[in-house]
Design a protein. Structure first.
Length: 199
C-alpha cells in the first residue's frame, strides 16, 4: 500500500478510497507463531502512519480476536492504531470454518498446549457450542454473554479514543461508481441507498 500512495492519496482526496489494515495484536512472539510470513505488528502500524500522513482515511480491523491469546490486547491495539492515525475500527472474532478448524487446533497444540482447551471452550461458548457459526450476523461477532462482553469492551475503548465504528463507506463518494454492464445491457445507475446488484 505504501508503494501505491501516489495513487491512493489523490483518490482519497476525492473521497474515492479508504484502507483497512488488520492488526490483531502487538505481541511480536505471537505474530511469529500465528502469521510467520505476514508483516509484523510494528510494520502494520508504520503502514497506518504512512497512509494517514498522506491523507488516506485508514481504519484498523482487530482480527482474529482469539480468546486467551489476544483478546486482552484490544485496548492496547486500539491505542496504538489511533496514535498512528487510524480513524475507524472494527473487529472479527475467531472464525473456524470446516477447512480451518483442525489446522487451528493442531496449531494450538503445538504452540500453546496448556491453553488449547481454554481457547476452544471460549470459542465454542461464543459460537453456540460449535467451533464455527456461519450465520450472517453471528459469524463476525459471535453470540452469548462472552461475545457481548467483548463487544462492550471494544465499544467503550473506541468511544474513549474517538474511533468511528459505523458504516465504512459513509465518507466515500459512491456517485461516480457504476457496476460494469452485463453483456448486451447498459450499466445501471446506483440506487439511492448505495447498494448495488451483485449478480
Amino acid at each position: 500500500m505504501e508503494r501505491d500512495l501516489d495513487l491512493l492519496a489523490p483518490h482519497a482526496a476525492d473521497g474515492l478510497c479508504r484502507v483497512q489494515v488488520s492488526l490483531a495484536h502487538l505481541d511480536a512472539d505471537l505474530s511469529r507463531r500465528l502469521e510467520p510470513r505476514a508483516p509484523a505488528p510494528a510494520r502494520r502500524l508504520e503502514t497506518i502512519r504512512w497512509l494517514s500522513a498522506a491523507g488516506v482515511p485508514v481504519g484498523v480491523i482487530l482480527g482474529p480476536v482469539i480468546p486467551f491469546l489476544n483478546d486482552h490486547e484490544v485496548e492496547r491495539v486500539l491505542d496504538a492504531a489511533r496514535a498512528a492515525g487510524a480513524t475507524q475500527a472494527g473487529y472479527v472474532l475467531t472464525r473456524l470454518p470446516w477447512e480451518v478448524k483442525d489446522l487451528f487446533r493442531a496449531w494450538l497444540e503445538e504452540h500453546y498446549p496448556l491453553k488449547e482447551r481454554h481457547v476452544m471452550n471460549r470459542v465454542q461458548a461464543m459460537r453456540d457450542g460449535r467451533d464455527n457459526d456461519a450465520r450472517f450476523g453471528s459469524r463476525i461477532r459471535g453470540e452469548g454473554e462472552l461475545a457481548d462482553l467483548l463487544a462492550q469492551h471494544f465499544a467503550r475503548a473506541c468511544a474513549r479514543l474517538g474511533f468511528d465504528t459505523g458504516r465504512r463507506n459513509r465518507d466515500l463518494d459512491l456517485t461516480r461508481f457504476r457496476p460494469p454492464p452485463r453483456a448486451g445491457r447498459p450499466a445501471a445507475a446506483p440506487p439511492r441507498d448505495g447498494q448495488f446488484g451483485l449478480f
